[in-house]
Write a protein that binds this ligand. Sequence first.
Ligand SMILES: [Zn+2]
Ligand SMILES: [Zn+2]
Length: 151
Amino acid sequence: MSDSLKGAPRPASESAAEAVARYCREHGIPLPRRREYLPRWHPNIQAYLRNKWEHNAPGVWACYCATCEKRFYARHPAGYCSPACTDAARHERERERRMRAKAGRTCAHCGAPLSTVARADSRYCSPACRQAAYRGRQVSGCPQLTSRNAP
Ligand SMILES: [Zn+2]
Ligand SMILES: [Zn+2]
């Protein structure tokens, strides 16, 4: 905007945004930043969207968060109210995936099912089986090593 508007009465062609900018300049107020986006989970935006939704404005959706089950408003159908709830859901999915990967494992020695609380890299149902498997490997051994040790 040019300085020619400074102090001049508001021309009919001046938009509201231009009027604000002119007012700020005349009163030494820093101009509001043009593209200051608040995220949609910001309370102000939620209040704004809820108001629009309550007045049946098009393009506003009332959604329920799949994590915290709170109602929220968005411009597109959305599953989660905030990044925190999105992250929580992702962590929960990863935890379930790990649990599924753990289920159905069996002991590499005796074949008994492994507990789902066992570590992801555990292969034996008990220290006894791990020991037995270790001893078994020692006995069968590596052929080259045993032949070298043979007389
Ligand atoms: Zn939520
Ligand atoms: Zn076992």
